[in-house]
Design a protein around this ligand. Structure first.
Ligand code: BTN
Length: 318
């Protein structure tokens, strides 16, 4: 009932009377008043005017299960598990997936005690400022195609940020989101599969949202939406915009079975496109010109000899 009342208040520009809410939910005025009190305690600004009813003013940057659910518009994120603190949302999402959680289930935490990045790195996850979320998916694709989901996720974050804030970010292949040349978001995709099929995929997304600064050792390579925009961003609403964008790109990916329908949109967001890049390969580093991705999400790099290499994985420095 709390999420539904919140949604109604947000959707309504004017006032909703207490009587109307009582009738809609079949509860007493006191029960409605208690929900409103509870929302105010969580930080919502709701005006209550005698003979008119309740009017929603502002939700600021509230991160709760109710707030996230009230922002969700599509199929992804209909089930949200929210934590104030957790070891890692990816670890939790994998556990939920093992226990049968539905595709589209979302785990969000305000902070992580053991946030994990790619290549076994740590993902610093302080409270009150950033987005740490993991989406459980059960795509009917071959395990070899799962790595493409990470590019789908990068597109979704790029598009979600654009819709929510108007900020035009770039994707650094395969899945870092950058702004002003600095990293804004990282994505860690993990899966459980056997040869014939995927049990589940967990797409973990970490976004620096309202961080006001970074330690000196990373300030030359890391940024936040706040630092780029000069204003704070509502994290719950950003999460919903990213999930909504994800749904569109995901449906296109699943219908094609590869990234062929998304190549041009991906390449248009890619910071490396047309640029000289250095591929940090375990067999030896090399440089070439990044042309774009192909339908498998491989980075096409043209060598000086004219040969085009297909980069499957590896670090790319711009
Ligand atoms: C990277 O190294 O670029 C990937 C970072 C991914 C971090 C996110 S935060 C939410 C999810 N939970 C984790 O422990 N990691 C991912």
């Amino acid at each position: 009932m709390k999420t539904e009342i919140l949604k109604l208040l947000k959707e309504n520009d004017g006032y909703i009377s207490g009587q109307e809410l009582c009738e809609r939910f079949g509860v007493s005025r006191t029960a409605i008043w208690k929900v409103i009190q509870n929302l105010e305690e969580e930080g919502y600004k709701i005006e209550a005017v005698r003979n008119k009813g309740y009017h929603f003013i502002d939700s600021c940057d509230i991160m709760t299960k109710t707030e996230i659910e009230s922002c969700i518009r599509g199929k992804l994120g209909r089930v949200v598990e929210y934590h104030d603190a957790i070891d890692s949302t990816n670890i939790r999402a994998k556990r939920l997936a093992e226990d049968g959680a539905l595709s589209g289930t979302l785990v969000v935490s305000d902070c992580q005690k053991a946030g994990r990045g790619r290549r076994g790195r740590e993902w610093v996850s302080p409270s009150g400022t950033n987005v740490f979320m993991s989406l459980i998916l059960r795509p009917d694709i071959l395990p070899g195609s799962a790595s493409m989901l990470t590019l789908v996720a990068a597109l979704a974050v790029h598009e979600g940020i654009l819709r929510e804030t108007g900020l035009e970010t770039s994707i650094k292949w395969p899945n870092d989101i950058v702004a002003g040349g600095k990293k804004l978001c990282g994505i860690l995709t993990e899966m459980s599969a056997e040869l014939e099929g995927i049990h589940y995929v967990v797409v973990g997304i970490g976004i620096n949202v309202n961080m006001e600064g970074f330690p000196e050792e990373v300030s030359s390579v890391a940024t936040s939406l706040y630092l780029e925009l000069g204003e704070k961003v509502r994290r719950s609403s950003l999460i919903a915009s990213i999930l909504e964008a994800f749904e569109g790109f995901y449906e296109e990916f699943i219908s094609q079975g590869d990234l062929s329908g998304l190549i041009s949109v991906y390449n248009s967001c890619m910071i490396n496109a047309g640029r000289e890049v250095r591929i940090l390969d375990h067999a030896g580093d090399y440089t070439g010109k990044a042309i774009g991705i192909n339908e498998k999400g491989e980075l096409l790099v043209e060598m000086q000899s004219g040969e085009v290499k297909h980069v499957i994985s590896g670090e790319v420095s711009v």
